[in-house]
Design a protein around this ligand. Structure first.
Ligand code: CS2
Ligand code: MG
Length: 402
């Protein structure tokens, strides 16, 4: 069997997605997600111009070799654009391997380690009272883990609070929207939110909170300490993670568990965080960290150090990434949680899939391969629309992390 063709499909069914479809000379094909929010066309060009011409004629069964070829062969290693492009190829090749074997990919990865993949949903609202009713809705739907974000009194906009109740889409304008941030207002408010949530929902509902890289280590340490009475499952992205040793300071001060990794693209971005046990959950996922092949390597390293997985699953990761993540989630020994932000009906229609939600779990399904497809005719009806993530400034106008 040989790779006959690879197509890059850009579509915008309510938001932009880039998908790579690899077709073999025997007609079997596989799909991989290549979406990098706000920088979609950079990955599409990387694939079209530099990767696709090198794939034709290769044996699709040689997943590891093709991964090494694209990683080492480019000379320029790592980086989100390169690693997202490699991820797309890798994911599509696993899909093909599963279809050829007649097995769902999780079986090729060692089989089930659990019955289903526990997911967390997003409860977000302007006020504490309205977030309580959002959480109640998730509990009714069967979720056992909920991420909680609210508006901050005194600030007009806050990360994680959506305009639409069910769907969250931060990439809302071609030229980035500007948000304003105050750490003082934030640190004062968040513990009040979780005090109310625990009072209302009791001790066993798993609660999570995303700081979105907005604090310094000592500020994050204070937040973690103030949240200890409400025993969160995790405090996410407390600080920007370029400086991995910054997490040591947070760790020394608080027992609130720490999760990080959605912007990481390789094992090298989290090596110190894992081996020094500075985090509890690693949140990298298939599309941005080199595909199933590389992500499994990250999770295996994490497993040695009591770090569990908590893969990113926002709506800007396509259903193709979600399907691939679920196969890995089901098979690894150190699974923690999987984020699950529902896609819109239009997105789901473009990406018909076998995975399903039931009682707080996602199940990848039993179809050979990843159990995911792209309806190319439908995709062609939704052309790309430029959309950027917002930027963030302090009240005095200084640029801050979004
Ligand atoms: C977020 C994301 O899901 C999360 O945890 O941090 O919504 C993130 O902002 C987007 O995926 C950025 O593309
Ligand atoms: Mg996040």
């Amino acid at each position: 069997m040989k790779i006959a063709e690879a197509r890059v499909i850009v579509t915008c069914p309510d938001r932009n997605f880039v998908t790579l479809k690899i077709v073999t000379d025997e007609g079997v094909y596989g799909v991989g997600d290549a979406t990098l929010n706000g920088r979609e066309l950079a990955v599409a060009a990387y694939l079209t111009e530099h990767v696709v011409p090198q794939l034709t004629g290769r044996d699709p069964a040689r997943i590891e070799d093709i991964w090494q070829y694209l990683y080492k062969g480019a000379y320029w290693r790592r980086g989100p654009v390169t690693m997202t492009a490699i991820a797309a190829v890798d994911t599509a090749l696993w899909d093909i391997k599963g279809k050829v074997a007649g097995l769902p990919v999780y079986q090729l990865l060692g089989g089930r380690s659990r019955d289903g993949v526990t997911v967390y949903g997003h409860a977000n609202a302007d006020s504490i009272e309205s977030v309580l009713s959002e959480i109640a809705d998730y509990v009714k739907l069967g979720y056992r883990a909920v991420r909680v974000q609210t508006g901050i009194p005194g600030l007009e906009s806050t990360y994680g609070v959506s305009k639409d109740r069910m769907f969250y889409e931060p990439a809302d304008a071609a030229v980035p929207t500007e948000n304003v941030w105050s750490t003082a207002h934030y640190l004062d408010h968040v513990p009040r939110v979780f005090a109310r949530v625990r009072e209302e929902f009791g001790p066993t509902l798993q609660l999570l909170h995303d700081v979105h890289h907005r604090l310094t280590p000592i500020e994050a340490a204070r937040l973690g300490k103030s949240l200890e009475p409400y025993h969160l499952t995790w405090m996410e992205d407390p600080v920007p993670a370029e400086l991995q040793e910054g997490f040591r300071l947070i760790r020394q001060h608080t027992t609130t568990p720490i999760a990080v990794g959605e912007v990481f693209s390789s094992i090298w971005d989290c090596q110190q965080l894992i081996t020094e046990q500075l985090i509890d959950y690693i949140r990298t996922t298939v599309v941005h960290a080199g595909g199933i092949t590389h992500l499994r390597r990250i999770f295996d390293l994490a497993n040695l150090y009591h770090v569990r997985s908590g893969s990113h699953g926002a709506t800007d990761l396509s259903p193709v990434c979600m399907a691939a993540a679920l196969h890995l989630d089901l098979s690894i020994p150190n699974f923690g949680l999987q984020e699950y932000m529902r896609h819109t009906e239009t997105t789901d229609a473009v990406f018909p899939h076998g995975y399903r939600f039931e009682g707080g779990y996602l199940h990848p399904g039993e179809e050979p391969g990843l159990g995911i497809d792209i309806d190319e005719d439908l995709a062609a009806r939704y052309p790309y629309r430029a959309a950027s993530l917002p930027v963030n400034r302090l009240q005095d106008g200084t640029m801050h992390s979004w």
